[in-house]
Design a binder for this molecule. Structure first.
Ligand code: BTN
Length: 263
């Protein structure tokens, strides 16, 4: 359990110099910060609004998965953005979140996080953070995006939880205490620093620099339950996985879950 300071006033103070982070909504405990942020976005909350929780009781992960944020164990943050992005490039918001998470972790530790497509942050073969972008689109384009970021700081999912991948947390990996306020400040600073790169090749190439298993053989579990094997080439301009599949075709994969194969 963390013993760091983490209250509305301390977070407000920590983010006071950042372009994003205001208005701030802080919950000691809530179901899901993304859910709270979606309500605010629908009510017209501006770009930069953030929702932070010390505990989530119904945190949402990608697909139908849950995301666990036990009290005082990590960061659960959702940021409202209103980018002028075509809907085909909406995944750039999640790419932004992943890049910002890597940068923030590196700035407060000597850890070397990697990005596992589509948006997981892994350290030493274990997942420590995940990104969930949720958006609304109208006839005039993207109305709002909620960028949800979950980072395991002092613990991961509760013992006994069945997860698809091995999990860890920053303190286990670094071997030292991590101050959540400092991590949050670095994270929000990095989101605003890279936000103007959404929709550009720059964002894609920064993401690819941190990509895990590039050039390696993987198996993609597709949403329909089938799988595709191939070598990872990178990601395309829209954030799809570029896979040189074993039948010789380069596929652009927009959804799925990858794992390493031994061959
Ligand atoms: C994943 O890896 O499956 C995505 C996890 C995203 C978790 C974060 S925690 C803050 C925000 N609120 C949620 O309910 N989910 C995201």
């Amino acid at each position: 359990m963390q013993t760091d300071s983490f209250s509305h006033s301390e977070i407000e103070q920590a983010l006071s110099q950042e372009p994003y982070g205001y208005p701030l909504y802080y919950f000691k405990s809530t179901g899901s910060t993304n859910e709270e942020a979606i309500k605010l976005a629908c009510d017209g909350a501006p770009t930069g609004t953030i929702v932070v929780a010390n505990e989530q009781t119904a945190g949402r992960g990608r697909g139908d998965r849950q995301w666990y944020t036990p009290a005082s164990s990590g960061l659960a943050v959702s940021i409202i953005l209103r980018p002028a992005l075509p809907s085909r490039q909406i995944s750039h918001v999640a790419l932004l979140g992943a890049i910002a998470t890597v940068q923030a972790i590196k700035s407060i530790s000597n850890l070397q996080p990697k990005l596992k497509w589509p948006n997981d942050v892994w350290i030493n073969g274990k997942k420590v953070a995940g990104i969930l972008g949720e958006s609304s689109h109208g006839t005039a384009g993207t109305e709002w995006v909620v960028l949800g970021i979950g980072i395991n700081v002092s613990s991961g999912p509760p013992a006994g939880t069945t997860t698809r991948h091995p999990f860890s947390c920053l303190e286990e990996q670094s071997g030292h205490p991590i101050d959540r306020l400092e991590l949050l400040r670095e994270l929000i600073g990095a989101v605003s620093e890279h936000s103007s790169n959404m929709g550009t090749k720059t964002l894609v190439s920064i993401w690819e620099k941190h990509m895990m298993w590039r050039g390696k053989r993987v198996c993609v579990l597709n949403p329909d339950g089938t799988s595709t094997d191939g070598n990872v080439l990178g990601i395309d301009p829209d954030g799809a996985l570029l896979l040189d599949s074993i039948d010789g075709i380069v596929r652009h994969i927009t959804a799925g879950d990858i794992s390493r194969t031994n061959t």
